[in-house]
Every structure is written in structure tokens, then in C-alpha cells.
Write a protein that binds this ligand. Structure first.
Ligand code: FO1
Length: 320
């Protein structure tokens, strides 16, 4: 798939959330050259705490592709220390969102640069360069976009309050993306989604990681016009999310935690769905709804699976 004597490999754009997307990208860059990859990243998980701007999905991808991430947490840096958080705890400060001592350097830099008037896109490109990453890393928008979650007991709270402070253990009745109507796609986003040979929707949470990206005006339409070369990878395997609340959110919002529900979720933007081998029995139903289905190992727990998954996703488009 990579550059061969038959000429350059495909250009690939990937809609990305956090941990699952980062793992997928790590495999994809083994299959196509990193400079041919454009990651369009969710920024609706972003949060400002202690006056610092934190962009979890961007940082998870940067750290993971740099090989610097914490494998057991999935987010944040490996070998992290928590002295600053301990000091904060001593004073009774806000310590429900754990910021490692090295990770704080990222937030200090990003906050400073944004305060000088640079865009999130520029700061993100700077961070990618600083870690020696060659892929194109684009926030979906440089404007304000925030996932707001309505819980059964607290009413509407911010995404990180739901995901981290409440450990996503509370039922949700609604999700909305504050700022979506006014948000503009960041420079390069629509071009990447329109001109890439393949667009992949990474195995991220459809409700709170992929939908905020699709909610930015112009994005859904850009995919809709070329959905025959858009392939989505289901984050639901055997009725469960491998990590995080995607399964419960789908049910709480009136759908099912199933590959069919994921296929329906993406029906107007993707024509191909990649599902895990444990869900092979659902192929007929999905194909009955007009989706092309690829069945493969989608559990990126072992080395080599992410690259094989990336290859399977690309081959579903390039050879179709
Ligand atoms: N996730 C947690 O479950 N607990 C945390 O304390 C936490 C801190 C944190 C700090 C920086 C960062 O980039 C990510 C962090 N995450 C934490 C993960 C984050 O909430 C999620 O990765 C995304 O927002 C969802 O994909």
C-alpha cells in the first residue's frame, strides 16, 4: 500500500477521537507514508482548567505517535509524575482532572501561544513538529466547540466533567456541541476530506468523538458527496465498547450498542463498515441496508493488528 514502484500510495484522511484513533493512526503510518496521512481531530473534549487550555484528543494522538504515551492509561505521557497535582491537592484545589508534570508543559505552551493570538492549528502543527511527527495533524476547527452532556442527576455538564469527574458512570439524556453552528473548519480540513483518496472514520466514540467533527458546518457534506470512499471502523465489538462509554451512550440515546447501530449512525457519510470477527453474523443485515462490510480483527491490543486493520480499511476502498 505504501509508496511502490507503481507510484505514490494513497492520501488518507482520518476522523479522530482519542485513544482508539491514536492506536489506529499508529498502524496506519506503517502502511502509508505519514506525510500522506491527515488526521482531522475532535476538539470538543477540550477544557480550560487552572487557566490552561487542554486538548486531550490532540495530545493523545501526538504522544501516541511520538511513542511517548502511557500505554496503561492510553492518555498522557509515560513515566509521568504528579507533583503539581499533589501540591494542588494540599491546598484543596481542583484535582479531579489529573495533569502530569510533563503534560503541564504542553498546556503551558499551548495556552501561551493561543494567548499571543496563534490558532490552535498553528500550535498543533508546532507540537507535531516538536515531536518529529510527519503526519498532518489538524483540529477540526480553530473556533470554540464544546461537547455538553445532559445527565439525569446534574443537568448539563461539560464533557470532561462527565467523562472524568463522574467517570461516565451517570446516565445521559442528551448531547450537544456548543459552538458547532458558528464553527468553521480549520485550514486544510475540507480540502483533506474532499481530495484524499480514502477517508477513514477511526474506531472512536460515534456520539461524543466523531459527531462533534461531523457537526462542524461543511464536514458532513464533504463526506456525503464521496461516501463511497469513506470507511468507518466500528468501535463497538460484540455489543460492547472496547474502552469508554460508547456502548452506554448509544443505548441511552435510544439506539443499540451494536454494529448495526454504528452502521446506521454513519449511513450518510460512509458506505463501508469494518467490524470485528465476533460480529460476522451481522454482515447480512448491514449489507441489506446497503453498506459494504469488511470483517477483520479490530482489537488493536496486540502489535501488528492496527497495521493490518489499516490495510483492510484501505483495501476495501482502493480495490473496490
Ligand atoms: N482521563 C481520565 O479518565 N482521568 C483523568 O484524570 C484524565 C486526565 C487527562 C489529562 C490530559 C489529557 O490529555 C487527557 C486526560 N484524560 C483523563 C483522558 C481524557 O479525558 C480523554 O482522553 C478524552 O477526553 C476522551 O477521549
Amino acid at each position: 500500500m505504501a509508496e511502490t514502484d507503481q507510484g505514490p500510495g494513497p492520501n488518507v484522511a482520518v476522523l479522530c477521537g482519542g485513544v482508539g484513533a491514536a492506536r489506529f493512526l499508529n498502524g496506519l503510518v506503517e502502511v502509508v507514508k505519514p506525510s500522506a496521512v491527515t488526521a482531522v481531530v475532535n476538539v470538543a473534549d477540550d477544557v480550560t482548567l487552572h487557566g490552561l487550555r487542554i486538548s486531550p484528543d490532540i495530545d493523545t494522538i501526538v504522544y501516541t505517535l511520538a511513542g511517548a504515551h502511557s500505554v496503561e492509561r492510553g492518555w498522557g505521557l509515560d513515566g509521568e509524575t504528579w507533583q503539581a497535582m499533589e501540591m494542588l491537592g494540599r491546598y484543596g484545589g481542583q484535582d479531579w482532572f489529573s495533569l502530569g508534570d510533563r503534560d503541564l508543559g504542553t498546556h503551558l505552551f499551548r495556552t501561551d501561544e493561543l494567548r499571543k493570538g496563534r490558532s490552535l492549528s498553528e500550535v498543533t502543527a508546532e507540537m507535531a513538529r516538536a515531536w518529529g511527527l510527519e503526519l498532518n495533524l489538524l483540529p477540526v476547527t480553530d473556533d470554540r466547540l464544546r461537547t455538553m452532556v445532559t445527565t439525569v442527576d446534574e443537568g448539563e455538564i461539560g464533557f470532561q466533567e462527565y467523562f472524568v469527574r463522574r467517570r461516565h458512570e451517570v446516565a445521559v439524556t442528551a448531547v450537544r456541541f456548543d459552538g458547532a453552528a458558528e464553527a468553521r473548519p480549520a485550514p486544510g480540513v475540507l480540502e483533506a476530506l474532499s481530495t484524499s483518496d480514502v477517508v477513514v472514520i477511526a474506531p472512536s466514540n460515534p456520539v461524543v468523538s466523531i459527531d462533534p467533527i461531523l457537526a462542524v458546518p461543511g464536514v458532513r457534506a464533504a463526506l456525503g458527496t464521496r461516501s463511497d470512499s469513506v470507511v468507518a471502523i466500528s468501535p463497538i465489538v460484540g455489543g460492547k465498547a472496547l474502552k469508554g462509554p460508547a456502548d452506554r451512550l448509544l443505548v441511552e440515546l435510544g439506539r443499540q450498542a451494536s454494529v448495526e447501530a454504528v452502521g446506521q449512525w454513519y449511513t450518510d457519510v460512509a458506505s463501508i463498515l469494518v467490524i470485528d470477527e465476533v460480529d460476522a453474523e451481522h454482515v447480512e443485515k448491514l449489507e441489506g441496508r446497503g453498506m459494504k462490510v469488511v470483517v477483520t480483527d479490530t482489537i488493536m491490543a496486540r502489535p501488528g493488528v492496527a497495521a493490518a486493520l489499516a490495510r483492510a480499511a484501505l483495501e476495501a476502498v482502493i480495490e473496490s
